[in-house]
Design a binder for this molecule. Structure first.
Ligand code: ADP
Ligand code: MG
Length: 401
C-alpha cells in the first residue's frame, strides 16, 4: 500500500495567431524569467500577472510546461501512471482548464497531428510494458519470474454531455446516439468484481457500454479516431459541443502470471479524461440548450472541486461523488485506489488571467488530495495447497509405517 498525492502538471500553451494579432500581452511566465522570486520549496516556478493594479501570483508545481515544451514532456509527467497499470495499479490522467487552453491538444491531439496526445503515448507505454512482461515472463513491478505471463486489454470511450453518458463507440456497432440524448443514455452501476475478497469495495462501471478487445496501440488509435470524430461531428452541428462534453477513454487491463505452484491475476483500469471547459460563461449562454449545457458543466466541475475539498478535509465524512455523473464515474480515481494526475492547461494571455487564476486554484486543491494505492491482484494458490496436502498425506503414511 502506497500513499501519494494527486500529481499536478501545469501546461501553458503558446499564444494563438488571434491573440498575437490583438496584442493581448503574455501574462503567464514559466521559469524564473520574471522579476520577483517564486515561493521557496520544490517544484518549478510559475508567475501569473493579473493585470494593472492587481497582485501577481507566484507559485510552484511539480511540473510546469511552457509554450516551447512538447506533449512528450506532458507525457513524461504521467508515464509512471500508465506503466503502473500493467502491474495492477489503477491509473487516471485528466486535463482541466478553460475552453481553448489546450486540453484536447494535450490529451487526444487531433487529425492534423495524427492524434499525437498524452492518451496515445500512455497507450504506447502501457503496451510496451505488457509486451515486455510477456516476453521476459516476469513482473517488472516485483521482479518475480513466472512460467508464462499473458494479458488482455479492453477499450471503451464515452462522453458525458448534459449529465448523460453517451457511448462514443456505439456508432461502430450501428447504435449511434444523438448528442441531445435521444439515443439511450447509459447508466452507472456498482458491483463487486468476481473473485473479490470478502469486504472488498464494490466498483463503479457503466452498464451497456461497448468494449473492444485491443492488442496494440494502433487498435486503440483507430477507436480514438472513430470516437473523436463522433464527438466532433456532433460538435459542428451544435456549435462546438466537444468542448462542452467530458470525454473518458478507459482501458481495462488483465494480466495473468502463472508459475508451477500458483497463479496471480492482476486487474487494473487506466482512465484518460478530456474535461469540458471550466470557464464561467453565464454571459455567453444565448439559447435554452446552451444554458442547460453550461449548468451541467458547472455542476460537474464544481462537484469535482467539492469532492477534492471533502477529500482534503479530515473532518468531512461525506464525499459528494453522487452529485455528478463525472465524479461518480471517476469515484475510484479521485478518492480511491488509483494513481491520479491532472494536467491543468492555461492560455498565456492577459485576457484569460481570471480563468487562469481559477485553474491554478483548482490545481492547488487537487495536489492536496492524498490517495492510498494498492495493487489489485488475486493469488490463486490452489496448486500450492494441493501439493501441501499430498505432502501431508505422504508424511502421514511414513508415520504409520
Ligand atoms: P481545449 O480542448 O482546452 O478547448 P484545444 O486543445 O482545442 O483547447 O486547443 C485550442 C487550440 O490551441 C487548438 O487549435 C490547438 O491546436 C492549439 N493548442 C493548444 N495547446 C497547444 C500547444 N501546447 N501547442 C500548440 N498549439 C496548441
Ligand atoms: Mg477540447
Amino acid at each position: 500500500m502506497v500513499r501519494s498525492s494527486i500529481s499536478v502538471c501545469i501546461r501553458v500553451r503558446p499564444p494563438s495567431a488571434l491573440e498575437a494579432s490583438r496584442s493581448d500581452p503574455v501574462s503567464v511566465h514559466t521559469g524564473s524569467s520574471i522579476n520577483g522570486a517564486p515561493p521557496p520549496g520544490s517544484g518549478e516556478p510559475l508567475t501569473l500577472e493579473m493585470g494593472e493594479g492587481r497582485k501577481t501570483l507566484r507559485c510552484r508545481y511539480s511540473t510546469v510546461l511552457g509554450p516551447a515544451d512538447g506533449t512528450d514532456r506532458a507525457y513524461a509527467s504521467v508515464s509512471s501512471i500508465a506503466v503502473g497499470v500493467a502491474g495492477g495499479v489503477n491509473g487516471c490522467v485528466f486535463a482541466y482548464g478553460q475552453t481553448g487552453a489546450g486540453k484536447t491538444h494535450t490529451m487526444l491531439g487531433d487529425e492534423r497531428n495524427g492524434y499525437d496526445g498524452v492518451t496515445g503515448r500512455c497507450v504506447d507505454g502501457l503496451f510496451s510494458e505488457l509486451n515486455q512482461m510477456a516476453e521476459t515472463r516476469s513482473d517488472s513491478a516485483t521482479s518475480q519470474s513466472y512460467s508464462s505471463v499473458s494479458y488482455s486489454v479492453h477499450c471503451s470511450f464515452l462522453q458525458i454531455y448534459n449529465e448523460k453518458l453517451l457511448d462514443l463507440l456505439a456508432s461502430a456497432r450501428g447504435h449511434a446516439q444523438d448528442v441531445d440524448g435521444r439515443g439511450q443514455p447509459l447508466a452507472i452501476r456498482e458491483n463487486k468484481r468476481p473473485g473479490a475478497k470478502p469486504g472488498a469495495k464494490a466498483e463503479v462501471f457503466v452498464s451497456g457500454l461497448s468494449e473492444y478487445r485491443v492488442t496494440s496501440k494502433s487498435d486503440v488509435m483507430a477507436l480514438i479516431q472513430a470516437g473523436t470524430q463522433a464527438r466532433v461531428v456532433r460538435g459542428t452541428e451544435l456549435n462546438d459541443v466537444s468542448s462542452r462534453s467530458h470525454a473518458v477513454l478507459q482501458l481495462a487491463v488483465e494480466v495473468e502470471c502463472v508459475s508451477e505452484d500458483f497463479r496471480v491475476l492482476k486487474r487494473a483500469k487506466l482512465s484518460l479524461v478530456d474535461l469540458a471547459g471550466s470557464e464561467k460563461m453565464s454571459s455567453k449562454a444565448t439559447t435554452k440548450n446552451h444554458t442547460k449545457e453550461l449548468t451541467s458543466i458547472n455542476t460537474s466541475l464544481s462537484t469535482l472541486g467539492n469532492v477534492m475539498s471533502a477529500l482534503t478535509d479530515s473532518k468531512r465524512t461525506h464525499v459528494p461523488y453522487r452529485d455528478s455523473k463525472l465524479t461518480r464515474l471517476l469515484q475510484d480515481s479521485l478518492g480511491g485506489n488509483t494513481s491520479t494526475a491532472v494536467i491543468c492547461c492555461v492560455a498565456p494571455c492577459q485576457s484569460a488571467a481570471e480563468e487562469t487564476a481559477s485553474t491554478l486554484k483548482f490545481a492547488d486543491r487537487a495536489r492536496q488530495v492524498v490517495l492510498t494505492v494498492t495493487t489489485n491482484e488475486v493469488v490463486d494458490d490452489k496448486v500450492l495447497l494441493a501439493r501441501a496436502q499430498s505432502e501431508i498425506a505422504r508424511l502421514r503414511m511414513l508415520l504409520k509405517m
